[in-house]
Every structure is written in C-alpha cells, then in structure tokens.
Design a protein around this ligand. Structure first.
Ligand code: NAP
Length: 288
C-alpha cells in the first residue's frame, strides 16, 4: 500500500451508487494527467453527510463528486461555493484545498459542451424542457444565464414546473410552464427540446404516451434526451424518423466529469482527446 500522500484520492458519493460510471470517466484522466490516483464509489445515505465529511478531512481526500440525493444537502458542509453552484444552489463537485471544501457544479456546463457539438447555441434559443426535477432546474437556470430567448417547462406536476419557472424569471428569459399533457400545443418557434424525465430509460416501465408533439418541431430542431441508457431512446428514434437532430445524455455525462477533473487537478487540459477515449469506453458499457 502506498503512502496516502503519494496518491491523489477522489470519490463519488450518492445512494444508490453501485452502478455509477464515474470511475470509468475520471480514472483515465486522473491517472494520465496527475500522478497515480484512486477514485472510489461511496454509498452515503441521505442524512449521513456529516460522517462522510469527517472522513474527507481526516483522510485528506483531495476531492469528490456528488450525486443523488446529496447535491443540495452538501452545501451546508462546504466552506465556499464557486461558479454555477452559486446560481444553482446545487453541487456536483467538491475540491478540498488544504482542508477547505469548495463546491462547484459542472452539470450545466457539461450539458452546454454537449449541446455545442450539435452546432446549436443556447443563446437566443427557444427551449422546451420536459421535467422539473433537479437537472431540469439546473439546465433551466443555465439556459437563462446563457441568454436563451424563451424557456418552457412542462412537467407531470405543473406546480413543480411553476416553481422552477418562477425561480428563473429573474434571469431575463421569457418563461412558460405547464403540464406534460400540453406538449402537443408547443409553439412552433421551439428549436431545442430537452427530456429531463426518466421516461424511456432502460428498466423504466413508462414512456411518452405518444410522440405527436415532435410533429410541431420544425426542421433543424434538436431533441436532446438526457438519458444515456439506452443510447437511443424511443424519443430519439421518433425524432430521427422525423428528420430532427438528436443528442443523447452520454456527452453531457462525460463533459461534466471532465470539467470536474479540471477542478480537481487545477489544470485547464484540452477536453477533446480524453472525451473521445472515454466515450468509446462508455459506449461499450452502457449498450451492453
Ligand atoms: P429528478 O430530480 O428525480 O426529476 C425527475 C423529473 O422527471 C421530475 O420532474 C419528475 O416528476 C419527472 N418524472 C419522473 N417520473 C415520471 C413519469 N413517469 N412521467 C412523467 N414525469 C416523470 O431526476 P433528475 O436528477 O432531474 O434526472 C432527470 C433525468 O435526467 C433522469 O433520466 C436522469 O437519468 C437524467 N440525467 C442525466 C444526466 C447526464 O449527465 N446525462 C445527469 C443527471 C440526470 P415529479 O417531480 O412529478 O416526480
């Protein structure tokens, strides 16, 4: 066993965490760009963050990623928030700087990098967002911060959509909200549709009742499904059949991880090369 100080040590915490792909994203980068590193998965139950933070400080863990259900609760245990985490009030990356814990959120920027691959800018776009959960809220704020023209949030619980809409209204975008059942009546100016619900995810029984809302989208529009298992959901297949652009959630997943590694290492390395390598590895894993 090597001395603690010789290796950099990182982790991802959440519950459940067993199926997390995070080690496959982070280890190749950390091992290539830093000295030999450890990156382990830790199951931390809701309400048990205090014990984890004690471990981080005692064991001098260099940083960790945060996933469900801790992205908001972790804030109480941090010394500072930086970047998008300040607006999101949600953290997916924590860096330990000599015992001081700094929280960041790379989800919005990860989404933005993946969207850039499609050639569509967030600035000036008319977004339709399905879902009002943690990620939908994060992306709605990110889109508003990046200058989206309008953001429509449709969710099965319209009250939750309203709550997110009210929160982002102050950022200057035109904001609408409603029920998922109203998807057929979306405006023709929508050019990016994002699915931030688990509808269509492998292992989930439910799916969209029909896909007629896609017929409202004009040519050149993009359908972005945040799901990456399967890589092509029924939503994306239906969008392709209508000649619409498509993007799955794998790119966002990888980019948010690479951006977290930049923070862990304090290095602005070029993302492209690592991105392609990790994408190939993950495509093999998620499509099995
Ligand atoms: P979340 O906080 O649990 O929110 C889920 C949203 O989906 C809520 O609005 C929820 O509505 C809605 N929903 C759940 N089941 C539904 C159903 N049967 N019909 C209609 N709506 C339903 O989850 P999240 O963290 O935001 O994640 C949302 C999706 O994004 C998931 O599919 C997740 O896998 C994906 N994701 C992808 C990435 C990536 O990097 N690609 C990262 C994070 C998440 P209620 O509030 O009414 O329950």
């Amino acid at each position: 066993m090597k001395n603690k100080k010789e290796k950099m040590r990182f982790a991802v915490i959440g519950d459940p965490i067993e199926h997390s792909l995070s080690p496959s994203i982070h280890l190749p980068v950390l091992n290539r760009l830093a000295r030999e590193s450890d990156y382990f998965k830790v199951n931390v139950k809701k309400g048990k963050l205090e014990g984890w933070i004690k471990t981080v400080l005692e064991e001098q863990i260099d940083g960790f990623n945060v996933t469900m259900p801790h992205k908001t609760d972790i804030i109480d245990f941090l010394d500072e928030l930086k970047g998008d985490a300040l607006a999101f009030r949600s953290v997916n990356t924590v860096v330990s700087c000599g015992g001081s814990l700094v929280g960041y959120n790379t989800d919005g920027e990860g989404f933005h990098f993946s969207l850039k691959e499609t050639g569509l800018p967030l600035k000036g776009s008319n977004l339709l967002l399905f879902g009002s959960g943690g990620v939908a809220r994060t992306l709605a704020i990110k889109a508003a911060l990046e200058g989206a023209k309008s953001i429509t949030i449709l969710a099965r619980s319209p009250d939750k959509a309203k709550k997110v809409a009210k929160e982002i209204v102050s950022y200057g975008a035109e904001v609408h909200y409603g029920s998922l059942a109203e998807a057929d009546y979306i405006g023709r100016d929508t050019n990016i549709l994002i699915n931030a619900t688990p509808l269509g995810m492998a292992g989930m029984d439910g799916n969209f009742i029909n896909f007629s809302f896609l017929d409202r989208l004009v040519k050149g529009s993009l359908v972005f499904d945040l799901i990456y298992r399967p890589m092509e959901t029924r939503l994306l297949a239906e969008a392709k059949a209508r000649d619409l652009g498509t993007q799955n959630g794998l790119g966002m997943l990888i980019y948010q991880g690479l951006l977290a590694d930049r923070l862990f290492l304090g290095k602005d390395f070029d993302l492209n090369e690592m991105y392609q390598e990790i994408k190939l590895t993950l495509e093999g894993k998620v499509d099995r």
